[in-house]
Each structure stands twice: as structure tokens, then as C-alpha cells.
Design a protein around this ligand. Structure first.
Ligand SMILES: [Zn+2]
Length: 407
């Protein structure tokens, strides 16, 4: 193997990546501000931004006054350079969303999935038609799509082609990438676990912004987490790290969908909460047609019903104890609670969740951790999935010269 050297090409890619990322996250900015914020010389900023303008990745975005001198030109990433698609393969359906490069949502479609153990071929068909539907709805040519990111339940092995192990929905080593290719999808594809894509969305645009050490929790039908250490998602050896929902909260406790007993998910996942409520009501059905409406019914009933209030109180307790484990293990600055079920219940339960976390966590790490709600709402998994191709673009510096030379 040749020794690793920093070549001129590496340096150029690094500079492009640095400036493009700065403009993506903090633009519009003037060349002067770019130089100050990145530490790159005025000459380098001028050269590289000139190149990025030529490549149509960035555009001018008006002028800003400077002290005494000429007004400075502001630069930003061109939203029309290309599009990205983000897909949330959830346990209640497949959500497909189309964005421009400024992450403005241009179109979205939702395919509900009533089967709790969906067949991979059904999901592949939903993804494929969803991609075509959003492109048609926004009148975008597929040639403009830089990539499609897909957030999935379970472990997504970052192999090539990508393989999904989602025990709770009955997927064992599903070769999703191969299936999509066989179904005619030719766009560049990126795969990750849904909690991890939610994590990236909240770190980039939501409640995680500005923190280096955070845990973003996804509470839906299932429960997972993205553990961010020093700005990077912790993956472990095969990318399954963060399966917080399947950590044991009660020894020999409730049956979990994964086959084990006493997992956190069996208590604070939507199904677990609703099953505890049903049992507390002596087996009586909960009003509502799906998990989402039933959870809303539980939250509404808690105002007058002691049984419902008790179920939510216990949920806050289990969740707080689970969060205390995260605090003790990872020493995060921030814990962000998201996912559709998390959003439905955590708002009103937040004080009780914090209290339970405080009771179970060590004092010092608890004292430096804040517990907050996700800011991007129930679409955050899809938004995060759409950031996967954007991250690749920013990291590469999107240099057409380098890509052709490297091929
Ligand atoms: Zn489990």
C-alpha cells in the first residue's frame, strides 16, 4: 500500500469542502467572513470560491455593507445546483420527500404500511413509486438528483451493497440495495438507521446544533438513539451501536418484539405504552384507529383518568431511567427527544422525565446535560436521510475535476 501523502489534490478538496460546508451551514457569507471563519487566506478563498461559482455550486446572494469600504458580495450554496431525496422507512409507513440543495422541501408523499412485519418487496415498491411521485409532483428531472438517502429501522450494515438487519420487523440480512437496483432504481443510494438520520438532522438544523456530544433519541413504534461523540455518530463495529431501545430496563420484564425481556422499548415505545395502558384498563380497547390516534387518546384521557395519568407517569419514569443510563455512559451535553411518539408525549412529560433522569443519573454528568425536545418534528428522519447525499457532497468538495481524475 502506498504511503499516505497529502497531495495538492487533497488540499484542494479540503479547501473546497471547508468553504462549501461553511456556506451550506452558515451562508450567505462574504469572502471576507469566509476567510475569517475558516482561517483560509483571502487569496485561497478568492480562488476556491471562484471555482465553486464556475461549477455552479454557489451563487451571489446580494451585498452587505462593510466598514467604510466597498459593499461586499455575499455568497451562498445554489439551491438549484441539484436535488436530494430523503426517505423514512418507518414502522407505520414509507415517507418520501424531495428537497433542493438549500433543504427546502419541494414535495412529499406518504405510503401507510398497516402490516407490522412489512415484506421487503412491498417496501421496495413503495420506495420506488415514492421517488417517481415526488419527482413528478415537483417537476424535477431525475438527472438533477444528487442522491437518495434512506433511513431504516434496525441495523444498516454499511457494506456494499447495503444490508439491513431489522429483527423487530422480521428482516434478517435483507439486501435492500440489491432489491432496489433490481426494481429499476438507478440513482445514487445512501442507507442508514432511522435514529441515526434523525440524529444528523437535529445536529445539522435542530436541537443538536452547536453541541459536540449529544444523544438524539427516536421514540416511535420502536426506540433507538444516535450517539454523537465529538461531532461524529458512534457506530461500533458493524454500525449497530445506539440500539438504546433494546437495553434492559427491567430484569425479566415485559416481552419485547426483539425476543428478549424487559427492553426499554417494551415500556416506552408506542406499542409498549399502549399495551401497558390496555392492561391497566383491564384489557379494554383504546379508542383510535392506529397507534398514533391511540396515543393521542391516552394523552387526552390523562387529564381526567387516574389510570391514564399513571401510565404516562410510569412512561416518564422508565424514559428518565433510560436517559440516566445514556448520561452515565456517554456524558453528553444534550439529550434530544424525538420521534412521533416522543413528540406526542414528551412535551407534557418533560418535567417528570427530567426528574426521573436526575434521580437515576450520577450528579456530575447530569448537571452538565440538558434534556430537550427535537425541533424538526415528525419529518426529521426523512430530512436526515436527505442529508446523507449532502454530507457526501460536502465532504468531497463536489469537485468534478477530481471525480473524473479519480475514476
Ligand atoms: Zn428488545
Amino acid at each position: 500500500m502506498p504511503a499516505k501523502r497529502t497531495t495538492v489534490r487533497d488540499l484542494r478538496r479540503h479547501n473546497r469542502s471547508t468553504l462549501l460546508s461553511k456556506l451550506f451551514f452558515d451562508g450567505p457569507l462574504s469572502r471576507h467572513e469566509l476567510s475569517q471563519l475558516t482561517g483560509l487566506s483571502a487569496a485561497t478563498v478568492s480562488n476556491v470560491t471562484g471555482e465553486l461559482v464556475e461549477d455552479r455550486l454557489i451563487i451571489e446572494a446580494g451585498l452587505v455593507e462593510s466598514d467604510g469600504g466597498r459593499p461586499r458580495v455575499l455568497l451562498r450554496v445554489d439551491p438549484n445546483f441539484g436535488n436530494v431525496i430523503g426517505i423514512d422507512v418507518g414502522e407505520t409507513g414509507v415517507k418520501v420527500e424531495l428537497f433542493d440543495l438549500a433543504m427546502n422541501r419541494l414535495a412529499a408523499v406518504d405510503h401507510p404500511e398497516p402490516d407490522p412485519l412489512p415484506d421487503p418487496t412491498t417496501v421496495v415498491a413503495q420506495i420506488t413509486s415514492g421517488i417517481n411521485e415526488v419527482l413528478a409532483a415537483a417537476d424535477v428531472d431525475s438527472a438533477k438528483v444528487l442522491g437518495v438517502g434512506i433511513g431504516l429501522p434496525g441495523t444498516v450494515e454499511q457494506s456494499s451493497p447495503a444490508v439491513v438487519h431489522a429483527q423487530t420487523i422480521g428482516w434478517e440480512a435483507v439486501e435492500l440495495e440489491k432489491l432496489l437496483r433490481a426494481n429499476g432504481v438507478t440513482l445514487p443510494l445512501f442507507f442508514d438507521n432511522g435514529a441515526k438520520t434523525l440524529g444528523q438532522a437535529e445536529m445539522w438544523f435542530g436541537a443538536g446544533r452547536g453541541s459536540r456530544h449529544a444523544v438524539i433519541a427516536l421514540i416511535g413504534s420502536g426506540v433507538g438513539a444516535a450517539v454523537i461523540t465529538d461531532g461524529t455518530t458512534y457506530r461500533g463495529s458493524t454500525s449497530s451501536a445506539g440500539e438504546w431501545g433494546h437495553t434492559t430496563i427491567v430484569y425479566n420484564g415485559r416481552q419485547c418484539r426483539c425476543g428478549s425481556l424487559g427492553c426499554l422499548e417494551a415500556y416506552v415505545g408506542a406499542e409498549g405504552i399502549l399495551d401497558r395502558y390496555r392492561k391497566a384498563r383491564g384489557g379494554k380497547d383504546i379508542p383510535g384507529t392506529d397507534e398514533q390516534s391511540q396515543l393521542d387518546a391516552l394523552a387526552a384521557a390523562a387529564v381526567r383518568s387516574k389510570t391514564a395519568a399513571r401510565v404516562l407517569e410510569d412512561t416518564a419514569g422508565y424514559l428518565g431511567a433510560g436517559i440516566a443510563n445514556l448520561i452515565n455512559l456517554f456524558n453528553p451535553e444534550r439529550i434530544v427527544l424525538g420521534g412521533w411518539a416522543g413528540l406526542a408525549i414528551s412535551g407534557r412529560l418533560l418535567p417528570a422525565i427530567r426528574q426521573a433522569a436526575q434521580a437515576h443519573a450520577l450528579r456530575h454528568p447530569y448537571g452538565v446535560a440538558s434534556i430537550e425536545l427535537c425541533q424538526l418534528g415528525p419529518d426529521a428522519v426523512a430530512v436526515g436521510a436527505a442529508t446523507l447525499p449532502v454530507a457526501a457532497l460536502l465532504e468531497e468538495g463536489a469537485d468534478p475535476r477530481v471525480n473524473t481524475a479519480a475514476a
